[in-house]
Design a protein around this ligand. Sequence first.
Ligand SMILES: [Zn+2]
Length: 261
Amino acid sequence: MLNLVRILGMLAFLVLGASNDTGTRKYSIRKVIIDAGHGGHDPGALGKFSKEKDITLQIALECGRLIRKHMQDVEVIYTRQQDTFVTLHNRAKIANKSNVDVFISIHCNANPQGPTAHGTETYTMGMHTSKYNLEVAKRENAVILMEDNYQKNYQGFDPKLPESHILLSLYQNAYDYNSLKLAQNIQHQLKNRVGRVSRGVKQAGLLVLWKTTAPSVLVEVGFLTNPQEEKYLNSKLGQVHIASGIFRAFRDYKNELERNS
Ligand SMILES: [Zn+2]
């Protein structure tokens, strides 16, 4: 019984995170990491005239700028601020070392089947419920093939094997509920305030979210294989609108959680 109480206590500590380290201090969200997908020799998805890595960087920087401007009690950290290659495991490591309260990864989508697919979707870690979600995870996870020693760094995970993705998608973490809340806020903002088509909140086994010890989401902000969306995502206005949607979703998430704590 005592052991059970001890385990429950530890779980509560893990769920509330280090921000509540005294046990009496009010829970607050003080640090966020914005992760611009891909970079350097990894271009990510390719459109007709643009690369995912360039768009994700612009949106990430704008999102961080808005948070710094409007939420002065929040520290913003980036996994990259330039066109550099950062391994997926290092992205999680930067987040965990900095003890962040939220991890937001920004990506662009691609549909090899054709140019009609469009809209935004936000992923949390979990079991994929469709072949499509699995394909997105496979594509995003395949970037580790560009890393040295990927099998060592990802405990034998092989992005070429379907069973690797299935095993990874079974992974659950203590932050599922909050990750889901943030993902819903992002989709709500992108649909209702930014006017993008919402493809919903989805789950898949994504390596970049696997090891983070904070609520974590991955946003696919649109399809580079869709000519209209590629144009929109490359425009300054489009980038600022998407970034402001993510910023407002994060702000609402922080307010809701702190109010309910
Ligand atoms: Zn990506």
